[in-house]
Design a protein around this ligand. Structure first.
Ligand code: PGA
Length: 233
């Protein structure tokens, strides 16, 4: 079965020119349509990159369609250029104080514009050490998906302690979490992805652990490595 491989470029690369280069490098390597590949670049690169053949997603959006919200980008605006949006990434939660309630409003609005939502959830190091992983995930799911039952939703399990560390969750632990998430998401048509230090060497272990795809940060900025991830998934 086709897997969903999502590239989260975060606030990279630093110029449109470099973004086009990176995009072209990936586009050349993954043209065989082996898996579903989604690239999520910074907002400003979406119009230009939407001319290419790989599907795009945004990394965030606001919960209103338009109005006096300085600096925000609405789901209606991004819908012109892409069909996916990442919401609730741990960096948005930690740096921009996004709460589950805010994420819930964003999800509802994005779904209203027929965007496919990739909801990120995950526990931090302390929570994991205290054995609170399931409790944290359950709370994030309950609050951020309040009132959105039965919709198609993509959920990325991204343990915060594994993001950008080169130290991913073990496949055994990831499998346990996946089984828990399947139960917790049984009222949704969900796809469950793993994210956190995914590379071309470990990607297959997460697919074997039952994940339907991966969310890739750092390694998606290296075209050859990202193409290998897609091949090995
Ligand atoms: P990473 O990032 O692959 O660099 O760990 C994943 C993410 O933050 O989505």
């Amino acid at each position: 079965m086709k897997k969903l491989i999502v590239a989260n470029w975060k606030m990279n690369p630093s110029t449109l020119e470099k973004a086009k280069e990176l995009f072209n490098g990936i586009e050349e390597g993954v043209e065989d349509k082996q898996h579903e590949v989604i690239i999520c670049p910074p907002f400003l690169y979406l119009p230009e990159l939407s001319k290419g053949s790989i599907k795009l997603g945004a990394q965030n959006c606001f919960w209103e369609e338009s109005g006096s919200f300085t600096g925000e980008v609405s789901p209606k605006m991004i819908k012109e250029f892409c069909n996916y949006v990442i919401l609730g990434h741990s960096e948005r939660r930690a740096i921009f104080n996004e709460s589950n309630e805010m994420i819930n409003k964003k999800i509802k609005k994005a779904l209203g514009f027929n965007l496919k939502v990739i909801l990120c959830i995950g526990e931090n190091k302390k929570e994991r050490e205290k054995g609170k992983t399931k409790e944290v995930l359950k709370n994030q799911i309950k609050k951020s998906l309040k009132g959105v039952a039965k919709e198609e939703i993509i959920v990325a399990y991204e343990p915060i302690w594994a993001i950008g560390t080169g130290n991913p969750c073990s496949p055994e632990e990831a499998k346990k979490v996946r089984l828990f998430l399947e139960e917790a998401l049984k009222n949704f048509k969900s796809l469950i992805l793993y994210g956190g230090s995914v590379n071309s060497k470990n990607v297959s272990s997460f697919i074997k652990a039952g994940y339907q795809g991966v969310l890739v940060g750092g390694a998606s900025l290296k075209p050859k490595e990202f193409v290998k991830i897609v091949k090995n998934a």
